[in-house]
Design a protein around this ligand. Structure first.
Ligand code: VTB
Ligand code: MG
Ligand code: MG
Length: 327
């Protein structure tokens, strides 16, 4: 049996449940440092906790989207081998604390995130910016186009949704580089949810507009975060297009080394995360879809979403952790 057959036969069904602990543990560790103004400490705690739990998983995992290609031990770095070493060979994209600043400021939507996929099926993206556009499920192909103007995309989405443009809300990272994008979206009459960080959450939020109030994600953010978001969309449905911003020779060369031959290529979600994919995210701070970690006097509560592409299952797992020592 090869890995793909294994996964269909049910190996990843177990993994779907197992992976929850990985993001739960990272989220609890980060949440202990919520609102302390110390991004680094929260990130480090999440990284350590995630690695510890990841190494208990019965996989032969390789981190392909991680914390950079550095080889300093504390980070979960690209190329790091994780898991127990016994089990299917899988590729892993992770961000133990997506939204370090959000966590440090105790603002909404900080997450601990992981995606696990069949070997060789995640885009090996350099840590550069990526231009992104995403919408949720239920729309025909072609409703969004990364090369169309923001006004065209919003008009097209409003038409497909059967609502006025003024009823559309776009999620955009609050950055000076988005000044023109923000102006262009506002000029259409659509609303904008400006976020300080956390575009993995921003993209995922488009998959449930009734819950989150967000219909479309627009703008540039990290490429690694783009791959993580694409993995989630593969599981929930929805459309995403991304293009790496390789605006210097150095970046083009770095990308080429990682196997990216066409620096202008547009990647759809299914190009960034192929095959069978698992995705899990646990809320660190309270958010639009996930509650943050709660420290009660008797137990710790976590809220996790676990997704799997081959079955399109969306599981929400609320856990009470009684054995505080374990965390
Ligand atoms: C975004 C944001 C992330 O990186 O991807 C951002 O969503 C991109 O970088 O939460 P800039 O901060 O330079 O805009 C994060 O902030 C951190 O991973
Ligand atoms: Mg990180
Ligand atoms: Mg991040």
């Amino acid at each position: 049996m090869n890995v793909a057959q294994n996964i269909v036969a049910g190996l990843d069904r177990i993994l779907t449940m197992e992976v929850v602990r990985v993001t739960e543990r990272a989220a609890v560790a980060a949440a202990r440092l919520r609102g302390r103004g110390d991004e680094k400490a929260a990130d480090q705690a999440a990284v350590d906790a995630m690695r510890q739990e990841l190494n208990r998983l019965a996989i032969k995992g390789t981190v392909v989207i991680g914390e950079g290609e550095r080889d300093e031990a504390p980070m979960l770095y690209i190329g790091e081998e994780v898991g127990s070493g016994i089990g299917p060979a899988v590729d892993i994209a992770l961000d133990p604390l997506e939204g370090t600043t959000i966590c440090a400021k105790n603002l909404p939507n900080a997450l601990a995130v992981i995606a696990i996929a069949e070997k060789g099926s995640l885009l090996f993206a350099p840590d550069v910016y990526m231009d992104k556009i995403a919408i949720g499920p239920g729309y025909d192909e072609g409703v969004i186009d990364i090369d169309a103007s923001p006004a065209e995309n919003i008009a097209s989405l409003a038409k497909a949704k059967g609502v006025a443009v003024s009823e559309i809300t776009a999620c955009i990272l609050d950055r000076p580089r988005h000044e023109r994008l923000i102006e262009a979206v506002r000029a259409t009459g659509a609303a904008i949810r400006l976020i300080g960080d956390g575009d993995v959450a921003g993209v995922i939020h488009t998959t449930d507009p009734e819950e989150t109030g967000i219909d479309i994600y627009l703008g540039t953010g990290g490429a690694p975060e783009g791959v993580l978001a694409a993995a989630a969309l593969r599981c929930t449905g929805g459309q995403m297009q991304g293009r790496l911003i390789l605006d210097t020779q150095e970046k083009v060369a770095r990308a080429a080394k990682m196997g990216i031959a066409d620096p202008k290529r547009i990647y759809r979600a299914e190009d960034m995360a192929r095959g069978d994919v698992l995705f899990a995210a646990t809320g660190v701070t309270d958010g639009n879809m996930l509650a943050g970690v709660k420290f009660g006097s008797n137990y710790i509560t976590t809220h996790t979403i676990v997704l799997r592409s081959s079955s399109r299952t969306v599981r929400e797992i609320k856990a009470r952790h009684q054995d505080l020592e374990k965390f």
